[in-house]
Design a binder for this molecule. Sequence first.
Ligand code: BGC
Length: 911
Amino acid sequence: MRNYYLGIVLSCTIMNLPAAGQTLSVTGLRTEYQKNPMGIDAAAPRLSWKINSSERNVMQRAYQIRVGTDSAALLTGKSVVWDSGTQQSDASVFLRYAGSALQSNTRYYWQVKVKDNQDHESAWSAVNSWHTGLFNPAEWSAQWITSSMADTLVGPSPIFRKVFSTEGRVKSAMLYITAHGLYEAQLNGKRVGQDHLAPGWTSYEKRLLYQSYDVTGLLKNGQNAIGFTLGDGWYRGYLAFEGKRGFYGKHLSGLVQLVVEYTDGTKKVINSDQSWKYSTGPVRFSDLYNGEVYDAKYEKPGWSTVNYKDADWKNVQVIPAGKEALESSISPLARKHEEFSVVKLIKTPKGETVLDFGQNVVGWVSFKLSGKAGTYIQLEHGEVLDKAGNFYDANLRKAKQHVKYIFKGSGLESYEPHFTYQGFRYVKLTGNIAKIDPSSFKAIAVYSDMDPTGTFKTSNPLLNQLQHNIQWGQKGNFMDVPTDCPQRDERLGWTGDAQVFFRTAAFNMDVAGFFTKWMKDVASDQLANGSVPFVVPNVLGEGAAGSTGWGDVATIIPWNMYVAYGDQQILATQYPSMKSWVDFMTGKSKNDLWNTGFHFGDWLFYHPEDDNDGRAAITDKYLIAQAFYAHSTQLLINSAKVLGKKADEEKYTELLDRIKKAFLKEYITPNGRMVSGSQTAYVLALNFDMLPENLRQQAVDFLVTNIESYGNHLTTGFLGTPYLCHVLTRFGRTDVAYKLLLQETYPSWLYPVKMGATTIWERWDGIKPDGSFQTTGMNSFNHYAYGAIGDWMYRVMAGLDTDESAPGYKKIIISPQPGGKITHAAAQLETLYGLTVSDWKIENGVFKLKVVIPPNTTAKIKLPGAAGTMVTESGTALKNIKALGKISNQGNDIEFNAGSGTYQFEYAIKL
Ligand code: BGC
């Protein structure tokens, strides 16, 4: 019975391998972005696939999809519930299921075959599947159950169990589960699934996600036992910086529905209900910020097995909590990923025993240790050591990050935390630590289980470390929601941070599901007047909303999702939210000028402590507000165009014109100077097209002069930084962008790298040149916002981008822009169509560019400094290469279109 489905899928894969000599095949099938997802609740899920071919210039000409509920029958074309028929189309992503209505709790199998433009036909692809969740809240027959001690706000984790029997040959068993709080489920003594911190964090009152697990392989014939443990988590634990807990409720409770289907087609449903029992276990305290206390003497070995004696367990209480807010999980939950060993065991000057894991990581420490019964070991987690080399955790503010394990004294005891996570590189040990063997400890990175999609490498080791830091900033802060930081008493879904980092994030990892989920919460937490909260889920209250640059998450992320994935549905879903954010700004404006309300402004811009001569790079907050008002309106217009909303397109185009006029009148002198002369002011005005053409060149000159006046240093904060290098590139000053990127002294991206950072810091000078720290009140060493430069590194330096008119890399732009004495830069990106690569080197004055364009896409390739030189592709003169379009000169560069394939260009570069 175990892995019954996997077996079928594997055998199908083998049966469908392309025949020898066949050049076309279909792989990488996805349903709603996911591979064989469980619990899909979309009525018409969208199907996507990738095409493999050994030829160049391959485009899909036609496809055929078939779907059935019996995988074996599907292979022979029988029992098909939907056959798309042969469709003449080059669409290979987001094809909607269009068969008869889908049933709940059912697995659908599908496969696809394609024809290309060179008269090849693929075989049917391997069979993939999706499984449907419970479409209707009324299908939940389970009841919410709780323990009687559930309303004590601090207490041990309750554990719940139930024994049941199966009465026939089991065909499948699906577990639907969620909790008020966090849960970990077990079946017959085995953990269910690999997810952590489930059910994740949403605006629980409005949307609570449930997970679906195929537990067929965990079930036995006859008697079985199921159980789960609950922890406080986001639901009941500490949240935000005001020391409050119990934000969503006081009662931890669980909801479990196990649907067993027998081979004869009959079903049995095991529900959480009055018949369950509860007790408490070894997790005596748990909290996301403050850690966990685990007392091993309270362990109840075998508590989720049939034979466990539960006579002293109590009856649960059923509570009348609703099920209307239940929705299926559509995004990857947090899972364990990389492991780190201790790189150094440190005795600090203060005499502390500290483990150094070499990487600022987010997750937890697992260990195997022995100790006498009743003795304990405590792990205190911190990100940095202070100047003197002592353990430092003052920047965590009220978050304790302490994990305490009390030994039962049974020899080697293994442990890792359950309902908490820490941001740390260093761990201070106290308690029973007479003999410490560093190999007993491992740091485990835990983050939302997104597939890595992008890599970026250069010839400069400092830039490579910067890319590493950006990726680790992303890993550490993509914990079911995009958090600002993973360590102090905050860890909230700050909207501004998320929007500035989105494009970079979408290069590094597949963030489609992650942001589809979170943007739903952005929309559901949006206020009635259209204002967008500072944090989502909003735990700061209705007053904490409406800041420019933060609220614009409502328009910026959906639009960029569309650009990065070509996903129109996200635009359609978020459109009302986008529109009401723009309307909110209009409502707050007078004479088309938005100059009211509270704004964070260009958060954490350069601001020297002894600013006697006005070097602080302050930008007028209302100037920023007006610029983002225009930007959001532009993105709304773009979206209206894509969605065919003509009336809106016209209405908001007129509005945009008035917003820009009001900006000019208020913030630009007749000679074209801006009232704030900061880099951010010029960057926003240029990036969002706020200035008429005739004033732009001069503004670029002001910007460059400003940068030079700071000795080629940036001075931008959260809002200016993402666009700074892009603006310089757009206006022909990539040379200055490289100077900023390669700057090693404060303020710059490489200064923290030189100071030993392994993640992106919140502030340009988290650690000052003399080794002292910035203010303890706000000094995170793992904050991704300034990592937004990653987008420029991929798109400009390596030169890998998508054309917005054919987004999601249907039309790829390859346009590397070398500079700054860099001799090599390479980006790879796994797009929805397949792998694309832009990889350049300069060797002895010869520019060598490797390009990979996946089948069913085309590219526009621009070769820098190639005009008038002899360019070859894999040794053949360019003009003789068939897969390339007409070659045209663009100043110093040449440009041409290319079909899919791998290319190797070479020429003597003139720069
Ligand atoms: C967070 C930020 C956030 C900011 C608002 C901070 O406490 O850590 O990253 O965007 O507040 O300005």
